[in-house]
Design a protein. Structure first.
Length: 596
């Protein structure tokens, strides 16, 4: 009989062929035996291809090789009449590693870290989780070795291990609040062949248990890859964001501590990286909101947040070109009669492309119903679009900002008629623009800012320039509208400006108009204004969250959440206490109770 064994793909696997007694012991006393050998796989090979076991010998050894990880049946076809009964054997040709788990995340809670993942659909028998407080676990488990909880592997210990299990979540309890715990997870098969442990990256994840009491975060959710864009908060329900992990996530907002921060659904797998804030609005025919986003592979999506499912992929599932900017939407319920006549029973969703070209970018208008293209704008001299376009409902216009071409001579601001986008109603060469176009509905102006920090205000009706201001420094995020003016963040700090609606004179306000000076913040994000309390909240490049007074700009308080940059926070003023949600370069989305 062929004695079953295992080996590694791409290596030589010795296989014993043995004459045995009925009780399974070797039998050297037998009639001479000869046979030809065959394998069940087209990629496997055995040498030699025939054997002889003479009387006096109980076994011979042959060598099997296979570059593919699979089970191979080695069979015998006897060429003698020994009277022996032949039996084939299965050789387990094992991979050098098992496949990784996916969507590995960590959620911090009081004295607890919750780890969640999706198991591999192939070669899965269980997982092994390593935990360390002295840095990323630096040593992988050894293949074909079983470990028990508490075992030491390198600088880490085994926090969890299972076999013949489909478990996809553990709660790591009894931890110390404020201590950083590092994790790596290794999928394994039934032979204890382990994955490399590179989910979501070779750094694994970290998670810091938190008391949940301000100024500590209520919770933090780590996807392991940067997520610095402003999240979207659906008041009292959930907070949504995406990341370089190519997933879209939703976390529950709840006054019940045991529910607060939990996943609303498992991360939704997208086809590319997303680096912009999602647009979340109730679309035509629905009172409930939908999520609209695009990725850098050029795929656009409508996601149903109640189920965590993609309800369409735009343009029939075909890439429109790389998408970097947030989507803009023109909602039918707020549109005028001309728009409703042109696009009945649907909204339009606008995406700008970010292709690696200074000329072949486009603006796409997709139907909110099924994602089909209503029109495209392709002028042949459109550079990359990095900022969200702006919808002017009253005039059925779309304001689109871009870069200005390799020589800086192309238009970088265009105003399109959404009923007939070609040609553009107006174009302006302002130099490279990467920031969104911002609507000030109070002054009926469009705010635009260039890469070098030159600001412009345009009249929505006449499309003429009202004012300009050179800040001399790039702007972070976008201009945040406050009355007849805005708050702006640059590398030198944060300042509030007031614009006279008649003369268009611009006056800096902080700390006072007679002696203005920006509030110094290192690498500030754009601000989120809480008009109910007259406070501004923002992240900075050092991982701090700041609270500024809206009237004076005084930096009243800061809390440290990370050692890496934080993005612009979002606010939920409907909860008790109110809370901020903020993402950062360290891969975490954190909820912080107010006031801090």
């Amino acid at each position: 009989m062929v004695v079953p064994t295992t080996g590694t793909a791409g290596t030589t696997i010795p296989v014993a062929i043995q004459v045995q007694n009925p009780n399974g012991t070797p039998n050297p006393t037998h009639n001479p035996f000869a046979a030809n050998l065959s394998v069940s796989s087209g990629t496997a090979a055995v040498a030699p291809t025939s054997i002889v076991i003479p009387n006096g010998a109980s076994a011979v050894t042959v060598n099997l090789t296979d570059p593919v990880a699979e089970d191979v049946v080695l069979s015998l076809a006897e060429t003698t009449t020994s009277g022996l009964v032949t039996a084939a054997g299965t050789i387990g040709v094992l991979p050098t590693s098992a496949p990784e788990v996916s969507s590995f995340v960590a959620l911090s809670r009081p004295n607890t870290n919750i780890l969640l993942w999706n198991n591999s659909a192939t070669r899965h028998d269980g997982v092994l989780v390593l935990r360390s407080t002295s840095g990323i676990p630096d040593t992988a488990p050894t293949n074909r070795t079983a470990y028990a909880p508490g075992a030491t592997i390198g600088n880490a210990t085994v926090a969890y291990v299972d076999n013949q299990s489909f478990a996809s979540r553990i709660t790591d309890q009894g931890l110390v609040n404020g201590t950083r715990y590092y994790y790596r997870i290794f999928n394994h098969d039934q032979y204890n062949v382990y994955s490399p442990g590179n989910a979501p990256t070779s750094s694994g994840l970290f998670s810091d248990p938190t008391s949940g009491a301000s100024p500590s975060p209520q919770w933090c959710y780590n996807v392991g890859l940067p997520t610095p864009q402003q999240p979207f908060t659906d008041f009292g329900t959930a907070v949504y964001t995406a990341s370089n992990a190519r997933t879209f996530t939703g976390n529950v907002i709840s006054s019940t501590p045991s529910l607060n921060g939990l996943e609303r659904w498992r991360p939704i797998q997208l086809q590319g990286v997303v680096q912009s804030r999602p647009t979340v609005v109730p679309l035509f025919g629905s009172a409930s909101p939908f999520i609209l986003t695009g990725d850098q592979s050029g795929f656009t999506y409508r996601i149903d947040p109640s189920a965590g499912l993609i309800s369409w992929t735009g343009n029939g599932g075909v890439s429109i070109g790389s998408v970097q900017a947030q989507a803009a939407v023109q909602l039918n319920q707020y549109a005028n009669a001309a728009f409703r006549a042109a696009y009945p029973n649907r909204d339009l969703v606008y995406f700008g492309t970010h292709n690696a070209s200074t000329t072949n970018n486009q603006v796409w208008a997709l139907s909110s119903v099924d994602g089909t293209a209503a029109w495209t704008y392709s002028p042949g001299n459109l550079d990359i679009i990095s900022g969200e376009p702006m919808v002017d409902y009253a005039n059925n216009r779309l304001w689109v900002a871009s870069r200005a071409g390799s020589g800086g001579t192309q238009p970088s601001l265009r105003v399109l008629n959404v009923l007939n986008p070609t040609p553009a109603l107006a174009t302006f060469n302002l130099g490279d623009i990467d920031n969104p176009v911002v609507l000030n509905p109070i002054s009926s102006e469009a705010y635009v800012v260039t890469k070098t920090g030159v600001l412009y205000g345009f009249d929505l009706s006449t499309m003429t320039q009202h004012w300009t201001l050179n800040l001399g420094s790039p702007v972070s995020g976008y201009l945040v509208v406050v009355g007849y003016g805005f708050v702006v963040s640059t590398s030198t700090g944060v300042q509030r400006y007031l614009i006279n609606p008649t003369t268009h004179a611009i006056t800096a306000q902080w700390p006072n108009p007679s002696s203005p000076s920006p509030t110094p913040v290192t690498g500030p994000s754009a601000v989120r204004v809480d008009f109910g309390t007259s406070k501004c909240y923002l992240g900075d490049a050092t991982g701090k969250l700041h609270r500024l007074d809206l009237t004076t700009g005084v930096d009243e308080k800061q809390i440290s959440l990370s050692s890496q940059a934080l993005g612009m926070p979002s606010l939920d003023a409907t909860t008790t206490p109110e809370r901020l949600h903020v993402g950062g370069l360290d891969g975490r989305l954190c909820a912080v109770g107010l006031p801090f």
